[in-house]
Design a protein. Sequence first.
Length: 569
Amino acid sequence: MSIAEDASGGPPRPVDSRSWRDTIAPKVFWPSVIVIALFVVPTALAPSAVGNVISAVNSGIIGTFGWYYTLIVTAFLIFAIWMGLGHFGDIKLAPADKQDEKPEFSTGSWFSMLFAAGMGIGLVFWGVAEPLNHFASPKPGVEGTPEELAQASLVQTILHWGLHPWAIYVVVGLAVAYAIHRRGRPVSMRWALEPLLGDRVKGWLGDVIDVVAVIGTVFGVATSLGFGVLQISAGLSFLEIVSEPGNLTYVVLIGAITTIAVVSVVTGVKKGIKWLSNFNIGLATALLLFVLIAGPTLFILRDAVQSVGLYLQNLLALSFDTTALQGDEGESWQGSWATFYWGWWISWAPFVGVFIARISRGRTVRQFVVGVLLVPTLVSIIWFTVFGGTALLRQLTTGGMIGADGSVDTEGALFGLLGDMPAGTFVVVGAIVLITLFFVTSSDSGSLVVDMLASGGDPEPPRWSRIFWGVIEGLVAVALLTADPAGGGALTALQTMAIIIAFPFSIVMIGMCMATYREFSANRRAQLNIQRRLQRDELTEHVSRSLTENGIVSSDSGAADGSSETAKA
């Protein structure tokens, strides 16, 4: 029996009554586990050798396909805007016979969950570090005074965290949401491509799509978990709890936090993930407001307004910029930043897309696009202008945020900023708690999505499966952190794997765009045909009534004609 038949062949039995073999989609589960094991086991045995292989593959992709990542991500942004602002915006992500259905989650909870899952650890990790890195080592070809470089670094950062990543999530989330909420398909990536591939999604091609999605999700989430552990370790070092963070520290932290994440995911989306997401947003907001008030408030507000304007002014040019004329230096920068980010967001797309699709029932396409695309982008801009802007101003006025050799402590930059503020130690502890909770929400949301994909679309996968995938994500994070590609360290390993994993799924996403357009066009044509038929019937009735009222046609004649027409019909 195929996976599709397993997923759609009648109502599922209660989870607790099934054996573990009955709760997986074998042609998705086992290939995914094998591919992941082929990475984790060799990395544990020979981390440096595996790291060098990763580095070589990554260099080939960046050198050959860096332009492709830039082009395709910008195309996804154009597609997302078109879907939201065009005539498809009124389509509702709910069954055709339940178009009056209200959204499953309140707008506040919906936004909290999609934002915590979609950005989470990354915002906290890069909020201070990325603007400082761009300032210390400007993008090749960018020149100017220190003040101009500071502003350019903030705009470049906003590009990486603004509309583009959320457009990627819109592409996947919209396709999956329509499939599961409007067409009643299982929560599986393959069904988003059914309008394009037809019944082929029920066979081996659908299996491949889901396997790619599972692997992309596991490695994408593991990359973020790796960032979180690096920053937590730096925070513990800042507080002098850990002297020299290393592999042992990483393993212990991942083990402890993964355990918390597993407990959360077992409780389900409406309890654990929803509660943690709401609490996380509250804690992140508190930290944001603290830095805004304790920092240079007026400067931050002015810089935020200015940064939005410069971002919009330069959006088109930056979206297509590949540093083509800057040679090897430009290619290296592109791989470390823009290409890495586009790859990272694409590798996260199966996870975030499926997750926000699942929690978006009852919303229109326009509400979905505006909510997913614009609101988080605005929050990201505020976050980076508050944290990054404060750090840049401190560097411009008093220094201390960048080393004497021009280097930036990427993992510890946030704590360096917070530690010098009032009640610095207390705030640093709060930041570590925030990172830990973002770790948990990323892990449990990712585990839930992988569970659904690997079980053939079961919206409530069994408990053992949730625990299994949570542990797998932790193991992959450990493997990535201990790999050492070309001596670049854990951070380089995380960046290179994100770029590698994204390439195959980007092809799936292109197919999703085509499938979504085809399905929405068919839906639109059907709606127009219904409207035309209703208008024609209304016009016929109006003309008949006018003729009768003016005595041109008698009511008896009209009735007879109507009876005659009815008889003919």
